[in-house]
Ligand binder design. Sequence first.
Ligand SMILES: C[S@@+](CC[C@H](N)C(=O)[O-])C[C@H]1O[C@@H](n2cnc3c(N)ncnc32)[C@H](O)[C@@H]1O
Length: 312
Amino acid sequence: MSEDDAVRATNDDATSCKRSAVQMSYWQDPYIQYFIRAGERKAPEINRGYYARVKGIQVLLKQFLELTKCNCQIINLGAGFDTTFWNLKDEGMAPVSFIEMDFQGVVNRKAYYIKNRKPLLDKLSSEDCEVHFNGSDLHSAQYHVVSADLRNLSELSSKLKDCAVDYTLPTVFIAECVLVYMPSESSSALLTWIAQNFQTAFFINYEQVVMGDRFGQVMVENLKSRGCILAGVEHCRSLETQKHRFLSAGWESAAAKDMLDIYKCLPQAEIQRLDGLELLNELHDQLLSHYCVCWAFVDRRGIGIPFPQMGL
Ligand SMILES: C[S@@+](CC[C@H](N)C(=O)[O-])C[C@H]1O[C@@H](n2cnc3c(N)ncnc32)[C@H](O)[C@@H]1O
């Protein structure tokens, strides 16, 4: 198995962990079942970690959608089998355009599932635009999933062109456990390119942090033993290094919080509900404090992105 194959396989892990947490009622997602079969139940701290991850990203995303009244684009980098588009559609909060990018093998499978599962396909259909397939890529009026290697900026920009991306429309980028798999030079080049080319962009990055301590080292070694190298781990040393990668790539402002902090912002009633789902062990806090959300923006259109607080 090549290094890239091992990185692609991380999508299956993420999807099965999300399905496990959904099955345990951590959150609702009627679409995840179309991308992966029900599997084994994951450990409570894994379910809870995925809950914090999904919730943390959702909170920032919804703030951006509300601010722009959905007159914006979402670009999900290394989207895997993410189901956000379908859930936003049900909530009447889908943006003008929702673009997903991943390696070809992942996009092939996603496009196949969409084509063959009516509840997924139905949400893409519209009267004036047919769903069409171009090799592994899928295009529809609002939703696109295209293959591109994020380390290759000319491929990425040409695929964005196929999706009729609008560089003047406010755009929110999501990278959920993705940049860490890219060499630092490649992720820096990607972030610089986005900051230079989009007039107003908001970036939500979820990934590891505090990777220099013992717990972090064990995580790195575990992944390595499965052939998966965290090539961009140097940005994951601290919340400061996470913010710095954006500021040094030309972003106006950046902030970051670890997931334990974010988790503590949950309303008491929600924490009680989660506590009722299953008992946790002592690994929970440690795991949450080794992941973070970092968010950053450039706002040349002056839409007035307020610096979002992670109050959940
Ligand atoms: C851990 S999975 C996360 C999937 C999804 N974002 C989620 O959180 O459910 C990482 C994803 O990033 C994709 N990825 C990593 N490096 C990439 C690259 N250079 N180009 C395109 N996709 C990449 C992988 O194929 C995989 O689908």
